[in-house]
Design a binder for this molecule. Structure first.
Ligand SMILES: Cc1cc2nc3c(=O)[nH]c(=O)nc-3n(C[C@H](O)[C@H](O)[C@H](O)COP(=O)(O)O)c2cc1C
Length: 346
């Protein structure tokens, strides 16, 4: 495990406008289906509070869905609309802030049940408005920003990906036109929250149904893909990969977050197997755990400012105190990520 001396770059503060984080660690969004009837209860607030108390710089909540008929197909996933659910979220914010943490909700629509080609323009406009309504609610409740879930094959990503978007109107046709829906969502959210409220957009090349999928094949294409999203008002890109150390394109060591930062000038969050020796697909496909791994490969990249923030998923599920243990060099006390540890500490 990495010596605490070398971990300084992980524990430097980060500031972007009004968003001020005490360090570079981010809790990755992780669905947990613990909100009966869509309402997050006090147990959900306690779950996030535990991570805040243990020094996580920024918590991104589990995906929480907008108000639309297709937005959720999983039981007990929290809503981000309606008085009862929003009251639940207000309590989550207050517990996290009380513990000195920062938190943004991950605003989610799980995707078209048929496919995005069947949505009328009117339906699309309605969905865009519901994203904006949730963004406005996040600001009203005192969240520190929002994250829009544009990754992993869910609705926004269904518009991005050529396999799921064969529209011939302005929402489809080329990889640039396929950003139109996301750009409209970001713009509507920006209008709803004003210029200073941070908007994070999570994107990924990989899809839940195809780990080898690619939205773009070159850095030049990535640049063109990102431009409309930057213009729409994204503040931070959360670049989802399964293994943070993998170069995104040939001829450079930069990972996905590294490229996105270089091409947009925007801060980025990296993610994928940080502190673990197996990637998330092993958990999704076989339900198996992963062992702890050194942070040695991560730190030089952070020091070089290849990216700005570092999201941790499964390691923080298994061990709510992961950040404080890493900071204090108590690595032998880390709770390993096993299906059992997740069951008990979720
Ligand atoms: C149980 C579980 C639930 C997840 N749910 C979400 C989610 O709601 N939204 C999302 O963007 N990613 C989700 N992910 C992906 C994580 O945010 C993260 O990108 C992934 O686990 C890789 O990070 P890790 O290797 O540190 O675990 C989930 C992952 C896990 C393990």
């Amino acid at each position: 495990m990495t010596n605490t001396q070398t971990l300084q770059s992980l524990f430097r503060p980060f500031t972007l406008g009004k968003l001020s984080l005490s360090n570079r660690t981010v809790m990755a969004p992780m669905t947990r289906q613990k909100s009966p009837n869509g309402v997050p209860g006090s147990d959900v607030a306690a779950y996030y509070r535990r991570r805040a108390e243990n020094g996580v710089g920024l918590i991104v909540t589990e995906g929480t869905v907008i108000n639309h008929a297709d937005s959720s197909n999983q039981k007990d996933v929290p809503y981000f609309y309606g008085e009862e659910a929003l009251n639940g979220w207000a309590n989550v914010v207050s517990e996290v802030h009380d513990a000195g943490g920062k938190i943004v909700p991950q605003i989610w629509h799980m995707g078209a049940r048929g496919n995005v080609n069947e949505y009328t323009e009117e339906e699309i406009a309605h969905i865009v408005q519901e994203f904006a309504n949730s963004a406005a609610a996040a600001k009203r409740l005192g969240f520190d920003g929002i994250e829009l879930h544009g990754a992993h094959g869910y609705l926004i990503d269904q518009f991005f990906w050529e396999k799921t978007n064969q529209r011939t109107d302005r929402y489809g046709g080329s990889f640039i036109a396929r950003t139109t829906f996301a750009a409209e969502v970001v713009k509507a959210c920006r209008e709803a929250v004003g210029p200073e409220f941070p908007i994070i957009l999570r994107i990924s090349q990989w899809k839940g149904i195809d780990y080898s999928a690619k939205l773009v094949g070159t850095a030049e294409e990535l640049k063109q893909f990102l431009e409309p999203l930057v213009n729409a008002g994204v503040d931070i890109f959360h670049c989802s990969t399964r293994r943070f150390w993998e170069p995104e394109f040939e001829g450079s060591e930069l990972n996905f977050a590294g490229w996105v930062k270089q091409l947009t000038g925007k801060p980025t969050i990296t993610v994928g197997s940080i502190g673990l020796d197996g990637d998330v697909s092993t958990f999704f496909t076989t339900g198996s755990g992963s062992g702890n791994a050194s942070l040695d490969g991560l730190i030089p990249k952070l020091e070089n400012q290849e990216f700005d923030l570092v999201a941790i998923g499964r390691a923080l599920l298994a061990d709510p105190a992961w950040v404080s243990k890493i900071r204090e060099g108590r690595v032998e006390e880390l709770i390993p990520f096993t299906p059992q540890s997740v069951q008990t500490l979720y």
